[in-house]
Design a protein around this ligand. Sequence first.
Ligand SMILES: *Cc1c(COP(=O)(O)O)cnc(C)c1O
Length: 377
Amino acid sequence: MDNIRMVDLKGQHESIKEEIKLEIDQVLNNTSFINGPAVNEFQKDLEKFNQVKHVIPCANGTDALQIALMALDLKPGDEVITTDFTFISTIEVIALLRLKPVLVDIDINTFNLNIDHIKRAITNKTKVILPVHIFGQVSDMEEIMKIARNNNIIVLEDNAQAIGAVYTNYKGKKVKSGAIGDISATSFFPSKNLGGYGDGGAIFTNNSLLEKKVRAIANHGMFKRYYHDYVGLNSRLDSIQAAILKVKLKYLDSYNEKRKKAAKIYNKFLEKRSDIIVPFIKGEIDSHVFHQYTIRVDSKKRDLLASFLQENKIPYGIYYPVPLHLQKAYVNNQFKNENFINTNKVVKEVISLPMHTELTFDQIEYISNKIIEFLNK
Ligand SMILES: *Cc1c(COP(=O)(O)O)cnc(C)c1O
């Protein structure tokens, strides 16, 4: 079977290209390439979609994390608790701002922050907890918010992989990911669940004071043009990207449904195997929007399976091959390898399978059968 893609942006674009063209043409016609009406319209639409008071668009998800942290009045050396198992941006911005990353181990089932490890990592310098909703599954936010409130700590959600996920709290109340913590950051990188046709990102908050500061920092630290109250940066979402994202936002729920459906089909083929661990969903199914469909296999077989898939023209991803505490740029004597039992284990076992909105039943069946064929050898 040919043409299986890890992410199928082409197929998705085909189905909306007329709408996209119209929107882009509008930007071209009014030449408002920076901060044009499309940016404001997208912002309003996203606020409504995500049930959050304020969305502040910016240039990419990494900037969104950095700007959010810059708005929090932190001092060098203040501690930010985050996960050992994530994309590098999360720790990168902490380091750039001279804050102290405090990495903690993950829950072996969800790959998200382990609550007990968060509790143990808290000191009187802890200012922020930064949960990453990895692979599209919302972290244990009720517990995290409880810990944060009890200790006067701010919660910054890294929602780059989970936009559109719905978290149900213990009382049954439903909240969209990215609207639970004090502030959150997301990315519109093309392969994300809501992806533009280039870079993009946004900060979300329900706090109106934070919103003003965030908006100023993203725009050279100014409220009034040429009057700079903060050290800021130049981080904007292009009008053309906003116009594209405005169209795609309308389909985000249906895109996420398609991902969930693909995940269910994979599960159907793979979950009965004792040598495959399929994604574990904690709580309601809607709390996972399957940015990735990531299985675990025996660490001795993982790389061989990867080669076998490649030979069979099935793309895959290893997210992530190295935990943050072992990344060369961040190695430090406060990260003790023995404190990261779960991340050290899963980095050798995980393999992410093709996951996007255009996958067919036949493709998923084919991929699953190939995996089973390999494991039966
Ligand atoms: C993609 C991603 C980012 C960064 O987003 P960019 O737009 O690529 O800068 C940050 N955190 C996580 C968890 C991501 O997956």
